[in-house]
Design a protein around this ligand. Structure first.
Ligand code: CA
Length: 230
């Protein structure tokens, strides 16, 4: 049974979400503040975290940043207010898997939860895919969500970055059209903006390329998409 952690200070939303998710067969844990949510995520390592961004104490974006820097493998859906476009963009840039704008229907959110979890399953371990690959002198461990250059310190990868890289590696040497890449990594329902994709590609290059400004592995094919070269 998948555990979903709901981090939301507004009691009515928290209770409604928890009830609905339990009815849908999920194991649900709740937290009403940022720090409490972060601690619960560390302890429970839930399959998915529903994270409100407007929280007392530690703000949601900071919770997300820490989750990702600690390479916790949970998928994250952030809840944002309609007039907080910046939060949404920053949330995705920090490695949220999806976002839902308030006010939302509980049914819609549950559908997003299922979509994000499905995407994680299909992308995290394609049949026959290696858990560990070497890209130049960089070792990438998909299962542990991290990359390491030579004997250096491991660099955490977000689940999203791991999915992006894994998809490109599985099609090495071939051009992956942009649409195909977006479908495979983000899914049909939640296309990110161009700026968001570029941001993630840039981050990924910083982690695995020797010279990120002249990438040799994650190559942009202008007007078409991306190609992974050994
Ligand atoms: Ca709130």
């Amino acid at each position: 049974m998948t555990t979903v952690l709901v981090v939301e200070d507004e009691e009515s939303i928290r209770v409604a979400l928890a009830d609905k998710l339990r009815t849908e067969g999920f194991q649900v844990e709740v937290a009403s503040g940022g720090l409490e949510g972060l601690e619960a995520a560390r302890r429970l390592r839930p399959g998915l975290v529903i994270l409100d961004l407007m929280l007392p104490g530690l703000p949601g974006l900071e919770v997300l940043r820490r989750l990702r820097s600690e390479a916790l493998p949970s998928a994250v859906i952030v809840l944002t207010a309609r007039d907080r476009e910046t939060d949404r963009v920053v949330g995705l840039e920090l490695g949220a898997d999806d976002y839902v704008t308030k006010p939302f229907s509980v049914r819609e959110l549950v559908a997003r939860v299922r979509a994000v979890l499905r995407r994680g399953e299909s992308a995290s371990a394609p049949a026959g895919a290696a858990e560990r690959v070497y890209i130049g002198d960089v070792e990438v461990d998909f299962a542990a969500y991290r990359a390491r250059r030579g004997a250096g310190e491991p660099v955490p990868l977000s689940p999203l970055e791991a999915r992006m890289l894994r998809y490109l590696v599985s099609r090495r040497g071939r051009v992956v059209p942009r649409d195909e890449f977006l479908n495979a990594v983000w899914g049909y329902q939640a296309y990110p903006t161009t700026r968001t994709v570029d941001f993630h590609v840039k981050n990924l290059r910083r982690k695995i390329e020797e010279d990120p400004s002249h990438p040799r592995h994650i190559v942009t094919v202008h007007g078409v998409g991306y190609r992974f070269d050994e």
